[in-house]
Design a protein around this ligand. Structure first.
Ligand SMILES: Cc1cc2nc3c(=O)[nH]c(=O)nc-3n(C[C@H](O)[C@H](O)[C@H](O)COP(=O)(O)OP(=O)(O)OC[C@H]3O[C@@H](n4cnc5c(N)ncnc54)[C@H](O)[C@@H]3O)c2cc1C
Length: 406
């Protein structure tokens, strides 16, 4: 009989060797190398090349089936892979360069897609060749998503799509978009919606970037004017898009349960060390301000407890990691923890935490301000804080229906 722990250690050795041979050491600890400006510098080029290698091996999507280009690994093997990537200071660039592809669209296609859809879309996501966006929200349909009005009409051999989406992250740079459309205007709200995968490179689609308070412009207004969607690009049954769309949102929440997700760029040193640096220490070497000390300790304990809870959930899942309504709890906790950290960072920095530009500020200080501002979005995107609480109330606590159904 084979010894599973020996097998796992052999796998670890294989992974370690592969990383040594393929991950550029100059990128160690520099997951942010892909962020930033319009021009691509050498480290970005290197990060993209590293992403290609990881994708070709299937390890950017380690647990996806190998037949579609995934790694075909078990959850346990994937954990070993992650540990080894962490150990080398390596990262998965494709999580960023595929947009919503790896975290949301791919898992939903794997669950609801036809064989043909899986064959056409999944390998390209695994290799990082396509950037996906998601067109759910509209000017009159955010939390009340089922009020969406963008419609798709049957034109015989294809669908014709008309309407407007908004807050579509990365729409201007995306190749494909997962769009919720109304296919039966006479059915009750939730029963007339379908999920279409739409090729963004066509004249019927216009994107207008919206600038955010943090300075970046990560999302767009997206207009569909007689846009075309192929008949074989409907994900799930016609008029069953609400179920498919909700499932995708669970994957979205699942990807936002880490306390630092979505908040790149802020000061990554421990909050305690940051506070000691700016505020100073008492004669016992403790943070000098006792009130701040208590609040910093609280925040650090909450972050630690959150990380341990995530690790426990992963361990308990024992290879059967499934998304569920519980992701709403973790998403809300993650948002609160990350926002509190950003808030405390600025307080600790004092007047140095109020800068927007200029030589009087360190880059880390300017980043902290932008991080604080952009972090406000965390409790809005992927379903707002209040909507997650509604889901928790109904689907986990079993409380009676409120204004939100589903
Ligand atoms: C950075 C960012 C990226 C995004 N990316 C995308 C994207 O790629 N694709 C996409 O489709 N959308 C995207 N969104 C949109 C996001 O999903 C919506 O903003 C969100 O669902 C809230 O909708 P809304 O903005 O219309 O607010 P509203 O629904 O108008 O809500 C306003 C306020 O009312 C509260 N509220 C509303 N209904 C209830 C209720 N029943 N009970 C209690 N409180 C309620 C909300 O919690 C919120 O505080 C993004 C948003 C942000 C900020």
């Amino acid at each position: 009989m084979t010894d599973p722990s020996a097998e796992l250690e052999a796998f670890r050795a294989e992974v370690r060797t592969w990383i040594e041979q393929n991950f550029p050491k100059s990128l160690a600890g520099r997951a942010g190398a892909l962020m930033g400006g319009e021009t691509i510098d050498d480290s970005q080029r290197e990060a993209l090349e590293w992403g290609k290698r990881l994708g070709a091996k299937g390890w950017a999507t380690p647990t996806w089936p190998a037949e579609y280009g995934g790694g075909g690994l078990s959850q346990t093997q994937a954990r070993v892979l992650n540990q080894e990537l962490d150990r080398a200071g390596a990262f998965n660039p494709l999580v960023r360069t595929t947009g919503m592809g790896i975290t949301m669209v791919g898992p939903t296609i794997l669950e609801y897609g036809t064989e043909d859809q899986k064959q056409r879309h999944i390998p390209r996501i695994c290799r990082g060749e396509v950037f996906w966006s998601l067109g759910y929200s509209e000017p009159n349909a955010g939390s009340d998503l089922a009020s969406l009005q963008t419609r798709a009409e049957d034109a015989g051999d294809h669908w014709v799509v008309n309407g407007q989406k908004t807050w579509t992250s990365g729409a201007d740079i995306s190749d494909w978009c997962g769009v919720l459309v109304r296919t039966d205007p006479d059915a009750p709200k939730r029963d007339g919606i379908s999920f279409l995968m739409i090729d963004m490179n066509q004249p019927g689609i216009e994107t207008r970037p919206i600038r955010l308070i943090g300075g970046a412009s990560p999302f767009c207004e997206t207009f569909f004017n007689d846009a075309r969607a192929e008949k074989n690009e409907m994900l799930g049954e016609m008029n069953a898009g609400w179920t498919v769309g909700k499932r995708l949102l669970q994957h979205e929440r699942q990807s936002q349960t880490g306390a630092t997700s979505g908040l790149g760029g802020g000061p990554r040193k421990s909050l305690g060390d940051l506070a000691k640096e700016y505020v100073g220490v008492d004669e016992q070497g403790r943070l000098a301000d006792p009130d701040l000390r208590a609040r910093v300790t609280d925040q650090m304990m909450e972050a630690k407890a959150h990380a341990l809870t995530l690790a426990r959930i992963a361990a308990e899942a024992r290879g059967n990691a499934k998304v569920s309504a519980a992701a709403s709890i973790m998403k809300n906790a993650a948002s609160t923890i990350a926002q509190k950290r950003a808030e405390l960072s600025l307080e600790i920095m004092g007047s140095q935490g109020l800068g927007w530009e200029g030589e009087g500020f360190e880059k880390s200080e300017l980043d902290a301000v932008r991080n604080w501002l952009s972090g406000k979005a965390m409790s809005i995107y992927g379903g707002s804080f209040e909507i997650q609480n509604n889901i928790i109330a109904k689907n986990i606590l079993g409380l009676p229906e409120n204004t939100q159904r589903g």
